[in-house]
Structure formats: structure tokens, C-alpha cells
Design a protein around this ligand. Structure first.
Ligand SMILES: [Cu+2]
Length: 311
């Protein structure tokens, strides 16, 4: 199938291809049946010279045929939906414990931030065989993140976080493309993911480890939280202060005064920092100030990384 497809890497790619081939074969079957009958009937019942006007039988319907062509396609569509949904679910659900890498897209490059604070532009290094989750946001317009070999693609939006995960099961260099027309530099907006053997990866880490004195993302977040006064109202040890504690906040389900609830993920925390009190948390006063204009997107990503460490 390499004539049609980029080589495929990883089990998600296999799943995506098999859904595609399934839908393609169903389509091909009906294409051949309908076009084949069209050609057959056109030839079989063409008007012959010597024939007079032939009268055809008067047919008003055929219940059996109608049932057949409603029921069979309905089941086929259902099968396509279920099969597609199962694969979609796998694509959307990163396995627990996946390594997290923050991605910021901007005109016209990708900035990768590793949890330990290293930053890389347009070149990403990951070890083979380990799931990786990308937490992505844009500094300007809508960008895309597409790895053809892995058959996964996700838009990157300004003002919110989107996710993508994959498991590189083969070493090599893989292209990353932006798939949204994001301005004049769009066509050159490419990055590469270098998948390395575990030991090579560790050597590479040691080699350029703390380059530029990078501090881990969460440490930057901790400093920012202290500087911004978050910790005057939020504890990190479980005791409630003016606001709820940050201990165990990430992934926690919060109930609001209108009895609705939400689970704290990256987007939730970001929204809370920029537009707090849209809903008020049960048991707390709506006293959280907005930090819009005070904290940049990168600052917020760092604070989230810090909150994640408070388990
Ligand atoms: Cu782009």
C-alpha cells in the first residue's frame, strides 16, 4: 500500500488505515455494483434499429427490494460508525503515564517544551516505544500538527489547549506538518520528530541536558505562583485557605454552587486564571481575581505544570 500511503508507524496508524480501507472497500463495492449495472443495462436494453416502440410492464414498486436496500446500507453505516468510533476513542485517549511535552505553535515554527525545562525549536527528540502526549496551544493563529506516518492530526488553537498522543514504535526521523493555512510562511512550517533508542536518548539528554541553564517548567511555574500571589489564597498542602487547595487539584472534580461540576484539566485551570468566577465553587467566596494581561500563555502553561506536581 506504500504507493498510496506514507509508511505507517505505530498501532494507531494501523487502526486508522484499517478503518480507511474498510470504508474504501464498502464504497468500491457499491461503486462497482451501481456503475456495472448502469453499463450493463445501457448495453443490454439499448434501442435496436429494427425494433418498434416496445411497451414496458407497469411497475409501481417492490417491497422486498426496498427493504433490502434500506436495511443493508443501514447496517453498513452503523458498522462504519461503530468501527470509526472505536478507533477515534483510541486516538483520543492517551495511556496513563504518557510523557508530556508542551507545544507552542507560532508563525511559523513549533516550540517544544520538555517537562525538565529544555526547549527546542522545530526538532523534537523522544525515546522509542514510550507513549508521548502533546499539550498544544498557539501564540497567534490556528495551526495544525500532523504526523503522516502516525496518521494523527490535530489543530492548534490560540487561547485553548488541544491534545494529541502517539507511541513511536520505530526509530527514525518523522516529519511534522502544519495543516492550516496560517500565513505566508505556512509552507515552511515544518518540524521533525527524532525517535531514538532508549540509550541514545539518554546520551542525547546528558549531552544537551541543562543547556542554557533551563529550569524545569514546574519550577518556573512555582516561582510565578509565588510572585503572583496565588499562594496567599491557595495552599499546596491540602488545607483550604481563601480558595481551594492546589493539592490534588489537577484531575479533581469541582462542584459549583449551581450543582454543575467540572474536572480540572489544562483548559479548566487556564480558564480559571483568566476568567474566574464564571461559576462559583461550592464553599468558597467568588474572590479570585482575574490574571488576564498579567500572565502570558507561557506563564500559565508553567503554572499548570506546577499544579500537576502537587499530587
Ligand atoms: Cu501553521
Amino acid at each position: 500500500m506504500d504507493i498510496f500511503f506514507a509508511p505507517r508507524v505505530g498501532h494507531l496508524a494501523e487502526e486508522v488505515d484499517s478503518v480507511f480501507i474498510f470504508i474504501f472497500l464498502v464504497g468500491l463495492f457499491f461503486f462497482l455494483v451501481t456503475q456495472g449495472s448502469l453499463i450493463y443495462f445501457a448495453i443490454r436494453y439499448r434501442k435496436r434499429k429494427q425494433e418498434k416502440e416496445a411497451s414496458t410492464p407497469y411497475i409501481t414498486g417492490n417491497r422486498f427490494l426496498e427493504i433490502v436496500w434500506v436495511v443493508i446500507p443501514s447496517f453498513l453505516l452503523l458498522a462504519i460508525f461503530i468501527y470509526g468510533y472505536l478507533v477515534f476513542r483510541d486516538i483520543r485517549t492517551p495511556p496513563p503515564g504518557a510523557a508530556e511535552i508542551n507545544v507552542t505553535a507560532k508563525q511559523w515554527l513549533y516550540v517544544f517544551k520538555y517537562p525538565d525545562g529544555r526547549t527546542a525549536i522545530n526538532e523534537l527528540h523522544v525515546p522509542v516505544g514510550k507513549p508521548v502526549k502533546f499539550i498544544m496551544t498557539s501564540a497567534d493563529v490556528i495551526h495544525g500538527f500532523y504526523l503522516p506516518e502516525f496518521r494523527v492530526k490535530q489543530d492548534i488553537l490560540p487561547g485553548s489547549y488541544t491534545y494529541l498522543w502517539l507511541q513511536p514504535e520505530k526509530t527514525g526521523r518523522y516529519d511534522i506538518y502544519c495543516t492550516q493555512y496560517c500565513g505566508t510562511g505556512h509552507s515552511t512550517m515544518r518540524a521533525v520528530m527524532v525517535v531514538m533508542e532508549e540509550h541514545e536518548y539518554r546520551e542525547w539528554l546528558a549531552g544537551r541536558g541543562k543547556e542554557g541553564g533551563a529550569e524545569p517548567l514546574w519550577e518556573k511555574g512555582k516561582a510565578l505562583a509565588e510572585k503572583s500571589g496565588c499562594l496567599t489564597c491557595h495552599s499546596i498542602d491540602g488545607t483550604p485557605k481563601v480558595g481551594p487547595t492546589w493539592k490534588g487539584l489537577f484531575g479533581r472534580t469541582t462542584t459549583f454552587t449551581d450543582n454543575s461540576s467540572a474536572t480540572a484539566d489544562e483548559q479548566y485551570i487556564r480558564d480559571y486564571i483568566l476568567t474566574p468566577n464564571v461559576k462559583v465553587i461550592k464553599g468558597f467566596p467568588p474572590a479570585m481575581p482575574s490574571f488576564k494581561g498579567q500572565l502570558s500563555d507561557d506563564d500559565i502553561t508553567a503554572i499548570i505544570a506546577y499544579i500537576k506536581t502537587l499530587k
